[in-house]
Design a protein around this ligand. Structure first.
Ligand SMILES: CC(C)(COP(=O)(O)OP(=O)(O)OC[C@H]1O[C@@H](n2cnc3c(N)ncnc32)[C@H](O)[C@@H]1OP(=O)(O)O)[C@@H](O)C(=O)NCCC(=O)NCCS
Length: 198
């Protein structure tokens, strides 16, 4: 999934939207979307630029098909060899929310983390953001703690969430076939059902 900037990536698609790897030339568009979505909580441009230039990071943008109108972005930090990664950001423009763009972006980041050998993924989300929390839960993330008053000046708690094992990552690939399971490779969905995970 680590293709060159500017090429389409293949984890999925959402109607009318094209997902591709971001390059630093997307920085202005990403900052503009981040500021409109996160307001004073948007990252400083300098930090975003450093992330986008880092080999340890992987950023995506979503554009309206046939245009260069940027309607989504998402970023992962996942150094190869560390065994874990962090979802740095995800934002979808209100004009295309609810069409599956966020899910496709997240699925692509998770796939990239797996290909970098991560078995754990972490993220932090405002406790008062049930839509994002719903998206993360639907992808298998679980709450593992809170950081009281993390978001200031709003004084809103941060919920820390973890995805472990990462689908397609080393922990999942290590699951060995036993008995009838040896006939077919075990899929992530099957493993989750056995674990009783939501
Ligand atoms: C969170 C966000 C990225 C979701 O993007 P999206 O493209 O609208 O999400 P999708 O259409 O892919 O929906 C994926 C899941 O999110 C949840 N979701 C999306 N919209 C929802 C809504 N209006 N109400 C409840 N849950 C919702 C659902 O779990 C949904 O899965 P489902 O379609 O199977 O029910 C988007 O709402 C956003 O950018 N919000 C502002 C920025 C933000 O909060 N970022 C996260 C910071 S940690």
């Amino acid at each position: 999934m680590s293709e060159q900037p500017g090429t389409a990536v293949g984890a999925g698609s959402a109607a009318g939207v094209r997902i591709r790897r971001a390059s630093v030339s997307d920085l202005d568009g990403i900052m503009s979307l981040e500021r409109s979505v996160f307001g004073h909580e948007a990252w400083p441009e300098q930090a975003m630029r450093a992330d986008m230039l880092s080999e340890h990071c992987y950023y995506l943008v979503a554009e309206l098909v046939g245009t260069d109108v940027l309607v989504g972005c998402a970023g992962l930090m996942c150094p190869v060899g560390s065994g874990e990664g962090d979802i740095q950001t995800i934002a979808v423009s209100p004009m295309v929310r609810g069409r599956g763009v966020g899910r496709v972006l997240m699925a692509d980041l998770i796939g990239e983390a797996a290909s970098r050998g991560a078995s754990r993924l972490f993220l932090e989300v405002r406790a008062d953001n049930p839509i994002a929390i719903g998206l993360y839960r639907a992808l298998g993330f679980h709450e593992i703690g809170t950081r009281a008053g993390y978001y200031q000046p709003d004084n809103v708690d941060a919920v820390t969430m973890r995805l472990e094992p990462v689908p397609g990552g080393p922990e999942v690939r290590r699951v060995g076939p036993v008995g009838a399971e040896a006939v077919q490779p075990q899929t992530w969905e099957e493993i989750r059902k056995q674990d009783g995970a939501c």
